[in-house]
Design a protein around this ligand. Structure first.
Ligand SMILES: [Zn+2]
Length: 157
C-alpha cells in the first residue's frame, strides 16, 4: 500500500491510497483519481510532505485520529469515490443551508420561540446538545441533525 500526496491543477492537496505505483497510473488513466475538493481529474503526485511518517501508526496520524476526540478510523483505504461522495454531501448540505442563518448556541431558544409563535419563522441552523434536541423533538419542534459537522461561520477562514 502506497500513500501519495496528490495535488490537482487548482492546487488542492490531498492523499491517495494505492496498491502500487502502477495502480496509481492505471486509476489516473481511467479517470478514477479526482480531487475531493473540486473534482478535477488533472491530478498529479505532489512532492512528499516531510511530516508524513513511513511506518507505525501512519493511518492514525494522517487523518488526525490521534488529535482531538475519538474519530472513526479504518485501516482500509478510502477510495477517491468515498471522498467525492462526502464532498457531494457537503455541497448538498451547504446548498440546503444557503438561505438559513447560523445562530450557534441560540438555536434551541430561537427554534422554540418560532414554534410557539413568539418569533417569525425563518430557516436557522446552529448547535444543540443531544438533550436539548430531544427536548425540542418531544415538544413537537421540528429539528433534524445535520449529516455533516458544520463549522461556525466565524471559524471559516
Ligand atoms: Zn482541486
Amino acid at each position: 500500500m502506497i500513500v501519495y500526496d496528490l495535488s490537482c491543477d487548482r492546487g488542492h492537496r490531498f492523499e491517495g491510497w494505492f496498491g502500487s505505483s502502477a495502480d496509481f497510473a492505471e486509476q489516473k488513466a481511467e479517470g478514477l483519481v479526482s480531487c475531493p475538493q473540486c473534482g478535477s481529474l488533472a491530478v498529479n503526485k505532489a512532492p512528499m510532505a516531510p511530516s508524513v511518517g513511513k511506518k507505525g501508526n501512519q493511518v492514525l496520524e494522517v487523518n488526525g485520529g490521534t488529535r482531538g476526540g475519538p474519530k472513526g478510523v479504518s485501516n482500509t483505504p478510502m477510495s477517491p469515490e468515498v471522498s467525492a461522495a462526502i464532498e457531494k454531501l457537503a455541497k448538498a448540505q451547504a446548498k440546503a443551508l444557503e438561505n438559513s442563518t447560523w445562530v450557534g448556541k441560540d438555536f434551541v431558544e430561537q427554534s422554540r420561540a418560532m414554534h410557539y409563535g413568539e418569533r417569525k419563522h425563518a430557516p436557522i441552523h446552529g448547535e444543540a446538545s443531544v438533550e436539548d434536541a430531544k427536548d425540542l423533538i418531544e415538544e413537537g419542534v421540528p429539528v433534524a441533525p445535520l449529516p455533516l459537522p458544520i463549522a461556525p461561520p466565524e471559524d471559516v477562514n
